[in-house]
Design a protein around this ligand. Structure first.
Ligand SMILES: *Cc1c(COP(=O)(O)O)cnc(C)c1O
Length: 360
C-alpha cells in the first residue's frame, strides 16, 4: 500500500468532481501510465483480472462449444473464464521445470474444433511465446495469455503483453502490483478493443443503442487512484522482492530434493512467487509435512496450485488429471513460500530453518 497521505492526495479531487466510476479521470490517467510502464499500445482496465480474461474471450467471438487449449496448473479463474464462455477447455500438460504449457504437446491436442490457446505465464515465468505464436499462426488460432502473474515482466526487452492477441493482468491485492481489485487486458487490434470496452459496460454502444450482451466490469476511480499510487512504487517493490528471493535461494539452493524456480533467459523477472517443489524421497519430507510445519509456526505458505483445475468438484469428473501427469505431479509437491516486499530477511532465515528442519 502507498502511504495513506499519498492516497488521500490522489483521491481528493474526487470530492470536487463527484465522478466515482465510469471511466473518469483516474481511470484514464492510470490507463496512460500503464501503457508506458507495460510497453503496450492498447490497454483497457477492468474491475478485476478475471473479468479481463472472461470478457476478452467473449470479445474474441470464438464459436460456441469450440475447444480452447489451456493448462490445469493455474488459478480457478483461467479455466472458469473458458467454461463460462461456453467453450470447452482442453488441458495440455506443463513443463516440469518452469511450470508453463509444454509446447511440444499442443499440436497433438489440436482438432478441427480448436479455436484458441490460453496459456498462463505461471509464477511470472514466461511461456515459450515464439513456439506458441508459430503454432497459432499455422492453425489459425487465437492466443490469450493469462498474464496475471507477470506484471512488469519483459521478454527480450519487450513488455510481456506484446505477445499473443490478448494478455490479461490481475491487479488483485495479493499480486505484485495492485489497485485493490483490478485488472487489465492488453491487445493488438483496436477494433477488438472497442468490442471489449462495450462488454465491460453492459454492451452499451450509445445512449440509445445496446448491441452486445455485456457485463459490468468497469474499474472505479478509487481503485484506479490506488493503482496510480502503487505504480509509483512498483519498481522499488520488485527490487525488495528480489532481495527476498536471493535470500531464499542462498538457503535452499543445492539442497537435495528441493527444486527451485528457474532463472529464464532473456527475461526481466518480477519476483512474483517463490515456488519450491519437494521430492519427498530425496528431501525426506512431503510438501504437506512442510506446509504443516510452517503453519504450526504461524507461517502461511500456499499449495499453489493445488488442486489442479481439471480436478475441481464443479466439473464432476469430466476431465482426467492423468492426462496432464506433470501438472498432477507438481501440484502435489509444490509450495509457494511467503514473498512480499517487506518480508524481513531474518524471517526468510527462520522460514528456511523450519523447512530444512523437516528432513527426516
Ligand atoms: C489472480 C489470478 C487471476 C484472476 O485475477 P483476479 O484479479 O483475482 O480476478 C487469474 N489468473 C491467475 C493465474 C491468477 O493468479
Amino acid at each position: 500500500m502507498p502511504e495513506l497521505d499519498e492516497y488521500i492526495d490522489e483521491i481528493k479531487d474526487i470530492w470536487d468532481t463527484h465522478w466515482l466510476t465510469n471511466m473518469g479521470v483516474k481511470h484514464q490517467k492510470l490507463q496512460e501510465e500503464l501503457k508506458e510502464y507495460l510497453k503496450v499500445n492498447e490497454i483497457d482496465l477492468f474491475t478485476n483480472g478475471h473479468m479481463a480474461i472472461e470478457l476478452s474471450l467473449q470479445a474474441m467471438n470464438l464459436p460456441r462449444g469450440s475447444e480452447v487449449i489451456t493448462t490445469p496448473f493455474t488459478f480457478a479463474s483461467t479455466t472458469h473464464a473458458i467454461v463460462r464462455n461456453g467453450l470447452e477447455p482442453v488441458f495440455c500438460d506443463i513443463n516440469g521445470d518452469d511450470f508453463t504449457i509444454d509446447v511440444s504437446k499442443i499440436e497433438s491436442l489440436i482438432t478441427d474444433k480448436t479455436s484458441a490457446i490460453v496459456p498462463v505465464h505461471v509464477y511470472g515465468n514466461v511461456c515459450n511465446v515464439e513456439e506458441i505464436e508459430r503454432i497459432a499462426h499455422k492453425y489459425g488460432l487465437k492466443v490469450l495469455y493469462d498474464a496475471a502473474h507477470t506484471f512488469g515482466v519483459q521478454y527480450k526487452g519487450k513488455g510481456i503483453a506484446s505477445f499473443g492477441d490478448v494478455s490479461c493482468f490481475s491487479f488483485h491485492a495479493t499480486k505484485v502490483y495492485n489497485s485493490i481489485e483490478g485488472g487489465a487486458a492488453c491487445f493488438r487490434d483496436k477494433e477488438f478493443g472497442l468490442d471489449l470496452y462495450r462488454l465491460k459496460n453492459f454492451g452499451i454502444r450509445g445512449p440509445e443503442k445496446v448491441d452486445g450482451i455485456g457485463a459490468n466490469a468497469k474499474m472505479n476511480e478509487f481503485c484506479a487512484a490506488m493503482g496510480i499510487c502503487n505504480l509509483r512504487h512498483v519498481d522499488a517493490e520488485i527490487k525488495k522482492r528480489e532481495n527476498v528471493v536471493k535470500r531464499y535461494i542462498e538457503h535452499l539452493k543445492g539442497i537435495e530434493g528441493i527444486q527451485l524456480n528457474p532463472v529464464q533467459k532473456d527475461v526481466k523477472p518480477n519476483y512474483a512467487y517463490f515456488p519450491v517443489v519437494f521430492n519427498e524421497k530425496t528431501f525426506g519430507a512431503t510438501r504437506n509435512e512442510v506446509f504443516d510445519a510452517l503453519a504450526e509456526h504461524g507461517i502461511g505458505a500456499r499449495k499453489y496450485f493445488y488442486p489442479l483445475t481439471n480436478t475441481f468438484d464443479c466439473f464432476h469428473g469430466k476431465y482426467d488429471p492423468n492426462e496432464t501427469p506433470v501438472a498432477l505431479h507438481i501440484s502435489k509437491r509444490v509450495l509457494t513460500l511467503p514473498l512480499y516486499a517487506d518480508l524481513a530477511l531474518e524471517d526468510v532465515d527462520r522460514i528456511c530453518d523450519i523447512i530444512i528442519g523437516c528432513r527426516k
